[in-house]
Design a protein around this ligand. Structure first.
Ligand code: 5AD
Ligand code: FES
Length: 356
């Protein structure tokens, strides 16, 4: 029986500041909470990065619209369908369709066509969409087309910090509001932040975890900030080792605060440490997103430098990750949808706290 307890902002900051053996203790504690509440199964989401065109200009991101060095692509309908079929065969009962942010009608129509195609051919496949901020009406059309889950990282829950990472036209308030709209429509709502990003304080990160809790987020993907050669923040004094430790502490603290949500071991962790994702599983994560994007496009989805798996095929990623999960003592939940237990409880029982 795992009960949610209130943890103060100061206590969270103290957890995040831990290092060495104390940090390992924290992660072990979080791992036990995960075992008790959601078990040791690892759920898969096949990641299909179907376009790197983006209308935004986040200062940290390699695919921001004003980075002219990025070669732009959008996969065809048939290519995306092939990826979805691969995911089905690979035992990923869920796909994440991710792209840069676009709001133009052609793009919205294309997304709906793709989703409808996947649902018609693979009706059991769970679809998560991650294409950024949209109007309520568009979110509703996505939901009606069969998308059950939506991932929209808040990136930073501190208005001050958010504004330092984004151009003025991007509004923290609008992004936060989108999360509320998604919840009200009925999606399983995912969010997350970058960890160790420029100008960020431990207080900001503790606030991020409290934000996830206050918004009652169902699934979280938080990854380390990793510099990109063409981004606008490259002079930031970056410490990869510290960022990795902080990221793992964030995963552990969140698991302790929200025992029954889905937490992803994000790919960016692997850019800092070849075993970064397995370390996140040992700190309380329970979801992995193997890359299912065709090899020829991977290099161009360059959010940050040293992206892992850019030379691996979807088949290569599958066998590599299965082996690593089993070696780390976890159970690959192939063929299982892995809905967020918190979401299921809210929907079925109309309650908001873990009572497992
Ligand atoms: N480092 C780490 N994560 C990044 N993202 C974008 N740029 C970077 C970076 N330099 C993340 C953002 C976005 C997700 C698709 O990729 O959090 O939401
Ligand atoms: Fe594309 Fe931030 S640069 S969403």
């Amino acid at each position: 029986m795992v009960k949610e307890t209130f943890i103060s902002k100061q206590a969270i900051e103290e957890m995040l500041a831990l290092s060495g053996p104390d940090a390992l203790d924290l992660r072990e504690k979080a791992s036990r909470v995960r075992d008790d509440c959601v078990g040791r199964k690892v759920y898969f989401r096949g990641l299909i990065e179907f376009s790197n065109l983006c209308a935004n200009d986040c200062f940290y991101c390699g695919i921001r619209k004003s980075n002219r060095k990025t070669e732009r692509y959008t996969m065809t309908y048939d290519e995306i369908m092939d990826c979805a079929r691969f995911c089905q065969e690979a035992g990923y009962a869920s796909v994440v369709l991710q792209s840069g942010e676009r709001r133009d009608p052609d793009f919205i129509r294309f997304v709906i066509k793709v989703v409808s195609g996947i649902k018609a051919e693979l009706p059991e496949m769970r679809i998560t969409l991650s294409v950024g901020e949209q109007d309520r009406e568009v979110f509703r059309r996505f939901y009606e087309a069969g998308i059950e889950r939506y991932l929209l990282r808040i990136e930073s829950s501190s208005r001050r910090h958010y504004q330092r990472l984004h151009p003025e036209v991007m509004s923290f308030e609008r992004r936060r509001k989108c999360l509320e709209v998604l919840r009200s429509i009925g999606f399983q709502v995912g969010s997350g932040v970058m960890i160790g990003s420029p100008f960020q304080t431990l207080g900001d990160l503790a606030g991020d975890l409290l934000f996830m809790k206050a918004m009652d987020i169902d699934m979280v993907g938080m990854g380390p900030y990793v510099p990109h050669r063409d981004n606008l923040l490259k002079n930031w004094n970056y410490d990869a080792e510290k960022t990795l430790e902080l990221s793992l502490n964030m995963v552990a603290a969140l698991r302790i605060m929200m025992p029954d949500i889905n937490i992803a071991a994000t790919s960016a962790l692997q850019a800092l440490d070849g075993s970064g994702r397995e370390k996140a599983l040992s700190a309380g994560a329970n979801v992995i997103m193997p890359n299912a994007t065709p090899l020829k496009y991977r290099q161009s989805y360059s959010l940050y430098d040293n992206r892992p798996c850019v030379t691996d095929s979807p088949y290569g990623c599958r066998s590599c990750i299965m082996k690593k999960i089993e070696e780390s003592g976890f159970l690959p939940a192939t063929g299982e949808k892995g809905d967020s237990p918190r979401f299921l409880k809210r929907v079925e029982n109309n309650i908001n706290v873990c009572n497992c």
